[in-house]
Design a protein around this ligand. Structure first.
Ligand SMILES: Nc1ncnc2c1ncn2[C@@H]1O[C@H](COP(=O)(O)OP(=O)(O)O)[C@@H](O)[C@H]1O
Ligand SMILES: [Mg+2]
Length: 551
């Protein structure tokens, strides 16, 4: 007689690498729809719950990801009795109760399948408890808290994926709130696309999903990331039309002009060597004048045209239209940051070391028109990277950059207008780890998000995803052996996630703790609005905001 028959629920039928199939007990063999394990009542055969597979003293842990009737039985299915369950093996538990990922001793058909006791699961999750970074609780064992390993989460990058309304913004708020509580010296930069994490109400009072003393709110319009911080390649993206036949000569002349201007500034700053990309001030107006002069240059009292005469007509039109476009003011017409000396101040605010010091910098992109958001995001990403790249203490001062709605500016396709952001973020994904820059990407459309960025993530927090394209894409990303778990994503409730990857001891179906306070991500309540909403609106005000391009 096997011991502990009270937890037995079935036997293994099939064993494959990465997948087991078990048959649950039939009613005549003693099937019971619920069982008690360590004083807790468990529903037998529930998707997302753990089972332990036992044979010859070896124990492996597996997760149920699929249950179906055994059609060969030829009877109607009235309960889970006799059903077939597909299991994803997760790891092995040694005799002294220590859990290791991966199965080395494969069981054979006939092995016993047991419901897992609370303390077995608890011992696995105890491993990360030391970090005090509790993110949720187990769906199958509500009293077991799920703790994440913050270093693995941030240094190897993470993704929070899920369809609209699945709970991404709440998860981000909860994650950052708990990070800051557990690690008071955290440095987090959050790109907030919709003003969900810091927002002003109609009386202009500022609200935040994080404690005011921990948060710096930066309106992206006021942030002023000046053009002279951009790399030469980014400036070319912005100012030169690559399809123009004169693009090569425009680029060459731009290089020469900027370098000359920067060399002049370098002398003032007492810098001996600089490169074309050194972040020092030059005047874009002067660039314009230099191009204009070359474009109109004649010799012999106006009789002979200069070598560049008329070459820059298109360039000048484009540059002027950019300079006059108010949407690009934060970049091209900085009011405050038009001297090289302003750079340290910008960086200080940006990484939270301004006065007072703050753990979280929320950069609100919602007031910025939506077609310049990629340019702003690219600059923010690059600034974070450059900061720690040049910081000799980057390992002691790691930074986390969290990007909401990342698919909107880190796209999968190349050759879009977002090339610049994509490159900045891909660089962080690929090299950030070496310089202490972590990336968190949040998206409702994983298959539209850069593959390079997603595939570099070490942890995936997957909320409900029902779209088959997105599911397939996620399936390709997750570690081999865990791909079956993606099937569970369809059945997740709000705020419920399948967490896969390095920050968690084993793939886990987790109910994420509610954030407190909650972010401002609520949908419009049509019913209330349409039954008791305002009778009239200030249309002039709406038109004015639209005209001024500021919300
Ligand atoms: N952890 C959670 N616990 C309980 N309810 C949640 C949780 N996360 C989200 N929700 C519910 O789902 C709604 C949508 O969440 P939200 O984070 O705005 O979704 P998303 O950003 O994915 O569109 C919230 O308003 C809330 O009612
Ligand atoms: Mg959201």
């Amino acid at each position: 007689m096997p011991e502990q028959t009270d937890t037995l629920i079935g036997h293994l039928l099939e064993v494959r690498n990465g997948r087991f199939v078990a048959k649950l007990l039939n009613e005549k063999d003693g099937f019971r729809p619920t069982l008690k394990a360590a004083d807790e009542v468990k529903v037998v055969g529930q998707v997302g719950s753990y089972v332990s597979v036992r044979q010859h003293g070896f124990r492996s842990l597996a997760l149920i990801n699929h249950v179906e009737a055994d059609r060969s039985d030829g009877r109607r299915c009235r309960s889970a009795a006799g059903c077939l369950v597909a299991l994803t093996p997760l790891g092995q538990i040694t005799e002294d109760g220590v859990f290791h990922r991966g199965v080395r001793h494969f069981p054979t058909p006939g092995a016993e399948v047991h419901i897992v006791a609370e303390e077995e699961i608890d011992s696995i999750f105890a491993k990360h408890r030391q970090y005090q970074f509790e993110f949720g609780h187990l769906h199958s064992h509500p009293s077991t808290a799920v703790h994440l390993d913050p270093s693995a989460l941030c240094s190897r990058h993470f993704a929070i994926l899920g369809q609209s309304g699945s709970g991404k913004s709440w998860s981000v708020a909860s994650l950052i709130q708990r990070m800051v509580d557990a690690m008071p010296n955290a440095h987090i930069i959050l790109l907030d696309l919709h003003g969900e994490y810091c927002w002003r109400d109609r009386t202009r009072a500022l609200h935040s999903a994080f404690k005011p003393e921990q948060t710096r709110y930066l309106d992206a319009r006021a942030l002023e990331i000046p053009y002279w911080l951009m790399t030469f390649a980014e400036l070319v993206d912005l100012l030169v039309d690559r399809n123009d036949p004169g693009a090569a000569i425009q680029t060459a002349f731009l290089r020469e002009t900027i370098f000359e201007l920067k060399k002049k500034e370098a002398k003032v700053l007492d810098l001996e060597t600089i490169s074309l990309d050194s972040p020092i001030y030059f005047s874009l107006r002067e660039v314009y004048e230099t191009f204009k002069e070359a474009n109109e240059f004649r010799t012999d009292f106006g009789k002979t045209k200069g070598p560049l005469f008329g070459q820059f007509d298109e360039f000048l039109v484009k540059l002027l239209s950019r300079l006059n476009d108010v949407r690009y003011d934060f970049l091209l017409n900085p009011v405050r940051r038009n001297r090289s000396e302003t750079l340290p101040g910008l960086l200080r605010d940006f990484v939270g070391l301004g006065d007072p010091k703050c753990q979280v910098t929320v950069i609100d992109l919602s007031p910025v028109p939506f077609d310049v958001r990629p340019t702003v995001s690219a600059q923010i990403g690059r600034l974070a990277f450059e900061f720690n790249y040049w910081n000799p203490f980057n390992r002691e001062f790691p930074i986390l950059l969290v990007c909401e709605e990342a698919h909107a500016y880190i796209p999968r396709e190349s050759n879009t207008q977002f090339e610049g952001t994509r490159k900045s973020m891909e660089r962080i994904a690929k090299e950030g780890r070496k310089y202490g820059v972590g990336l968190g990407v949040i998206s409702q459309r994983p298959h539209e998000l850069s593959e390079t960025v997603l595939s570099q993530c070490g942890t995936y927090i997957c909320l409900r995803i029902t779209n088959p394209d997105d599911q397939d894409y996620v399936r390709k990303l997750v570690p081999e052996g865990e791909t079956d778990l993606v099937d569970i994503l369809t059945s997740l409730g709000r705020g419920e996630a399948m967490i896969l990857g390095e920050a968690i001891p084993l793939p886990t179906r987790t109910q994420i703790h509610k954030p407190d306070p909650t972010p401002n991500s609520n949908d419009a309540d049509f019913y209330t609005a349409w039954t008791s909403g305002p009778e009239n609106l200030d249309i002039e005000g709406i038109v004015d905001r639209w005209r001024r391009q500021g919300r």
